[in-house]
Design a protein around this ligand. Structure first.
Ligand code: NDP
Ligand SMILES: CC(C)=CCC[C@@H](C)[C@H]1CC=C2C3=C(CC[C@@]21C)[C@@]1(C)CC[C@H](O)C(C)(C)[C@@H]1CC3
Length: 348
């Protein structure tokens, strides 16, 4: 099939050099975080306490377990209870002609065998549910070691379970994300979905298992309130846009102010999307803060997710902005004029 765009599609992620660096840096960072979380000093910015031998890194039992988990998820995915992703094509960005860059971004937009869509399957199921399972295993290990799970461990498990449950409940919404509509299924998403998400997103629970933190009820209540606020914004913004995109005359969104674009689609300029240009990112970041707070303030390590996620969303917002400017031209400029802040009102 012919590429949807020629080799002149703008390069992202710092081009081939940036992609090559990320190919090495992402797995190295993941290993560092996993080792640091179980070391005594648990330093984010320091060498891991001791590098394990090769015999620790290789376990046929772990590989078998992982394959069985993938097999189970694939079998569940084949059940006739899911939405269908867009038709197959080459990814707009992953066909630069540079093999390293294309390997990182992915050449095919939706690689499939019959109706088994690898990217859609990986985005939501094995890694995301695997993250919850790893968290749960850490909670049970804590109960085994200390008699019962700590309040901090309960909060981290509860918040992240809510996040994953929400993603699965609104499964079809993932079909309109940049990952599905724009990015290919290359190293970034394959590694991101299958390794990065389950092993680094569970860092707070891993940290708590090795470094128990006292947490009183008043502080726990404040943290719950922060998570609830983040979730309210995240869900409100995502649902408002999804409802509007599905049916603009739905009574829940019909009264909102809009800007018309040359493509025939409209842009919301009131409601959540009139507050900042990415209110869903704001909600997501507030939740990220609430996931780290139960780990106390003695270590930077459990705040890794918040730091990484801020960088990811700032970069993602810039990518989305470029794509929207290309799609909507003057109408997008008008939207930016009417809603000047990107993620955080009056700050950014
Ligand atoms: N936990 C994690 O690791 C990650 C979580 N996320 C989360 O995933 C979710 C999806 O994010 P993402 O795919 O980046 O982007 P969004 O869901 O924010 O979608 C952006 C698209 O929305 C449409 N849009 C933008 N502004 C408006 C407007 N004013 N009115 C109507 N439509 C508008 C445009 O597409 P169009 O006009 O074509 O509809 C734009 O391309 C977010 O909640 C984010 O926080 C994202 C990355 C990682
Ligand atoms: C640098 C690096 C490791 C890049 C890979 C990024 C991926 C880990 C993320 C890109 C977009 C994602 C989304 C989710 C998980 C992380 C990745 C894959 C998501 C499935 C999490 C749950 C949310 O509710 C969501 C469905 C909106 C979200 C979609 C984007």
């Amino acid at each position: 099939m012919a590429p949807t765009q020629g080799p002149r599609a703008p390069l992202e992620f710092g081009g081939p050099l940036g992609a090559a660096a990320l190919l090495l840096l992402l797995p190295a960072t993941m290993f560092h975080l996993l080792l640091a979380a179980r070391s005594g000093p648990a330093r984010l910015l320091g060498p891991p306490a001791s590098l394990p031998g090769l015999e620790v890194l290789w376990s046929p039992r772990a590989l078998l377990l992982w394959l069985a988990w993938l097999g189970l998820q694939a079998a569940l995915y084949l059940l006739p209870a899911r939405k269908v992703a867009p038709v197959s094509a080459l990814a707009p960005g992953g066909n630069s002609g540079n093999p390293i860059y294309d390997f990182f971004l992915g050449r095919e937009l939706n690689p499939r065998i019959c109706f088994f869509d690898f990217k859609y399957f990986c985005e939501l199921r094995p890694g995301l549910i695997g993250w919850v399972l790893i968290n749960l295993a850490l909670l049970m290990k804590e109960a085994e070691l200390r008699g019962s799970p700590s309040l901090a461990m309960w909060l981290v498990n509860g918040f992240q379970l809510l996040y994953v449950g929400d993603a699965l409940w609104h499964e079809e919404a993932v079909l309109t994300t940049m990952d599905i509509t724009h990015d290919g299924f290359g190293f970034m998403l394959a590694f991101g979905d299958m390794a990065w998400v389950p092993f680094t997103y569970s860092l707070q629970a891993q940290f708590l298992l090795h470094h128990p933190q006292p947490l009183g009820l008043p502080m726990a209540s404040v943290i719950c309130l922060i998570n609830a606020t983040g979730y309210y914004i995240f869900r409100g913004a995502n649902s408002q846009k999804n409802t509007f995109r599905k049916n603009p005359s739905d009574p829940r969104v019909a009264g909102l102010e809009t800007i018309s674009t040359a493509t025939g689609r409209k842009l919301l300029v009131s409601g959540w999307w009139g507050m900042v240009r990415h209110p869903n990112y704001l909600g997501d970041l507030i939740m990220a803060l609430a996931w780290s707070l139960p780990c106390g303030v003695s270590h930077l390590l459990p705040y890794f997710y918040l730091l990484y996620f801020t960088a990811l969303l700032v970069h993602r917002e810039a990518r989305d902005e470029r794509q929207c400017l290309q799609k909507y031209g003057l109408a997008w400029q008008e939207y930016c004029r009417r809603v000047p802040y990107r993620i955080m009102p009056y700050i950014y």
